[in-house]
Write a protein that binds this ligand. Sequence first.
Ligand SMILES: C[S@@+](CC[C@H](N)C(=O)[O-])C[C@H]1O[C@@H](n2cnc3c(N)ncnc32)[C@H](O)[C@@H]1O
Length: 247
Amino acid sequence: MSNVQFNSQYWDGLYDWQGAGEEWSWLWGGSRAQWLGSLYPRISGFLPAKSVLEIAPGFGRWTQFLLSACDKYQGVDLSQECVDACVARFSQISKGAFFKNDGTSLDCAESGSIDFLFSFDSLVHATSEVIAAYVPEILRVLTPSGVAFIHHSNWKESGDGLSNEHGRASDVAADDVVKMISNAGGKVIIQEKINWGYDAQCIDCLTLFGWKGPDEPVVMENHDFMLEGHNIRKYQSPYSKLTSASN
Ligand SMILES: C[S@@+](CC[C@H](N)C(=O)[O-])C[C@H]1O[C@@H](n2cnc3c(N)ncnc32)[C@H](O)[C@@H]1O
């Protein structure tokens, strides 16, 4: 069974979406705290954006924040269940559109039309073959100054001897993704290798890239990504639950 077939079967019927993905934000104290304390600080330079595309929104855990930071939003997921859930959840917001794809291409988006492309907590399950297909597609849809922020596996570099309980694609290494990007004519701006779960090893990676970038990207190994999440839950999440209406 191919990786795309496996992911479509798993996320389109087998996974129990009752929690809408919020269950994965427990460490950070909820998706709002995780967005504000962990994700937004890494991508704040690119938001708000005119046009945003999200690969694999699931039930819209990040979509809720991306929608309020753009003029036009497109979400692409290989699971029809996820597409339907996002259509229902965001039906009041006319600037958003959701599409089912084949797990490797971005046919819904015109070439050179996307200012910011985002994918978090999804492509970690995508094998090297799938990432290699997405990279030129991502570059195709980006504007000349557009930027993509994708979260993918780094298991091939750091997973040796660990138990792969989070289902990371085992044949993806951060360096391979750099090569895929440069082979497609793109430039890596920042690569941050991050730990995940209980392990200190950086089994995941955040890659920021586009058509333009420095000759040498910034490469970081962050063994404290989980500790950052823990501290966000402890010290920031109480604030993230407040609004002026709730006081
Ligand atoms: C763990 S869920 C995360 C969803 C969302 N990003 C979140 O953080 O809540 C993984 C998602 O990736 C989608 N997915 C997996 N492989 C994909 C692929 N090759 N192309 C598009 N979507 C994919 C699944 O359908 C599912 O919605």
